[in-house]
Design a protein around this ligand. Structure first.
Ligand SMILES: [Zn+2]
Length: 477
């Protein structure tokens, strides 16, 4: 092992310095902060709407990545097309209705439906149950009916819902009679327009709890009593004096197959041996009016990928190995794009020798910290780690193994796209600059990106990739 390392270190040093002296001008020097800013401002712009997988914003990002790959002179990954499409399932709420004899409420404005399953069209008796005390509900016949209950908290109604469900109710209508503004507060947190995307066809449990939240005024309107009078009801005998009303509800879901795509192109080498550089370009999209820009996560990694494609793609010399640039979608939904690529790669003419994955390299993870990079996978793949350390001679970053050694972070090998390759026994190295307060928030914006720092990190990835494509330096069979 030791002899092997000494040997690669010598060859790697030679390779690195030969590259810099023979060509006089180091190709990576063409990379500037302005180039990075340009890519990142496109990817993290309003018009891409947070690049949610399968959304129009993601597709705009894919088109941009393809055009940059073409401009860099890459070949389509399968020699015909840069897009690698794959199919997912999406579901969203359809038009939700709640009607009484005299009122037709509007979803979001007048009522919210909280459930993880649809509600079939139902017309049934609605029974007033006060605050759901046992003295009220124990003696009431609630089977196949809708219970209308008071609650003091919309975040703490689960035990009430459980007890009502055990009485056989089809659904529960809740209102907070003591706080007129509570409806507005919870309504602003519910994103009814959200599109949910997953690999598996969504499954909706028949027994899921179905809760409607309404404004207190609806209780008054429905039962023809003022709130103060309704609040006084404490026994089933009093409750039965409030006449049951017919309520019709319907909350359908729209389920469909959706398409998304990885974007992949490569520089042809002398053999089919291949080094994959990857970064995910999807993010969390939009929730309500908030765009999740994902400037760091992972417009930064995508920017690195695009700029490296340009630097490497415009070099004249044919490398020993192919260099494949893979921009994945579906990462935020569970590494779906990378897993799809890894599953399909046996059908492609690539013999993948290593993967360098780039995820969140645009920020510093604490105040005052700079000039560093976290490596992920070093423990499992010491040869890649050694080569990265050699490449770092040209950049001088502090290589930080904090995410390798501190178990409180969990095993990050499973948490980004490199996992898809690691799972297949392909050596991987993840480049990462840590979590921060804006992680997975709408505030992960371009103004917080440290471009000078990011440029150095990209240089390190560049030199590492150059060592990996050199068959004399890195020879993994
Ligand atoms: Zn993320």
């Amino acid at each position: 092992m030791r002899t092997f390392f000494t040997c690669i270190i010598f060859i790697a040093f030679t390779a690195l310095s030969a590259q810099n002296t023979a060509t006089q001008v180091d190709p990576v020097n063409s990379l500037t902060v302005d180039i990075l800013k340009h890519h990142l401002s496109v990817l993290a712009s309003d018009s891409l709407n947070g690049r949610f997988t399968s959304s129009e914003g993601q597709k705009k990002a894919a088109r941009y990545i393809q055009s940059e790959f073409e401009a860099a002179g890459l070949h389509p990954y399968n020699d015909t097309c840069f897009y690698q499409p794959y199919t997912l399932w999406s579901w969203k709420w359809g038009e939700c209705t709640l009607k009484s004899k005299h009122a037709s409420l509007t979803s979001q404005n007048d009522f919210l439906f909280l459930s993880n399953a649809p509600m079939d069209s139902t017309s049934t008796s609605c029974v007033f149950v006060g605050f759901g005390e046992d003295t009220i509900i124990n003696d009431l016949d609630l089977k196949d009916k809708i219970a209308f209950a008071f609650t003091n908290s919309y975040s703490n109604y689960y035990s009430l819902a459980y007890r009502l469900k055990s009485k056989g109710v089809k659904a529960i209508i809740l209102t907070n009679p003591n706080d007129e503004k509570a409806y507005q507060k919870i309504s602003s947190r519910v994103d009814f327009d959200r599109v949910n995307v997953s690999k598996a066809k969504p499954f909706f449990s028949k027994t899921a709890t179905k809760v409607f939240i309404v404004k207190p005024s609806f209780a008054k309107e429905l039962f023809g009593k003022n709130i103060a009078a309704l609040k006084k009801i404490e026994t089933s005998k009093d409750a039965t004096k409030i006449s049951e009303k017919i309520i019709s509800v319907h909350c359908p879901v729209i389920v469909e197959k959706v398409k998304t795509e990885n974007v992949a192109g490569y520089i042809k080498g002398k053999t089919n041996e291949t080094i994959v550089l990857s970064a995910h370009y999807d993010h969390l999209g939009k929730k309500g009016d908030n765009i999740y820009y994902g400037a760091d996560d992972n417009a930064s990694g995508t920017t690195a990928l695009l700029s490296l494609a340009k630097v490497i793609g415009t070099q004249n010399e044919v490398p020993d190995r192919n260099i494949l640039f893979l921009a994945t979608s579906g990462e935020e939904l569970g590494l779906l794009g990378a897993l799809h690529f890894a599953d399909e790669q046996s059908k492609l003419p690539f013999d993948i020798k290593a993967n360098l994955n780039i995820d969140m390299i645009g920020r510093n993870d604490s105040i005052g910290k700079s000039n560093y990079i976290y490596l992920i996978g070093s423990k499992e793949y010491p040869v890649l780690d050694s080569l990265c350390n050699i490449a770092n001679q040209a950049v001088n970053l502090k290589i930080d193994y904090g995410y390798e050694t501190n178990s409180s972070f969990g095993n990050l090998l499973n948490l980004s796209d490199h996992y898809a390759f690691h799972k297949q026994g392909i050596p991987v190295l993840g480049f990462f600059n840590g979590l921060h307060a804006d992680y997975h928030k709408p505030t992960d914006t371009i103004d917080k990106i440290e471009f000078e720092e990011m440029l150095k990190r990209i240089r390190l990835i560049y030199y590492t990739s150059q060592l990996l494509v050199d068959k004399e330096v890195f020879n993994k069979n």
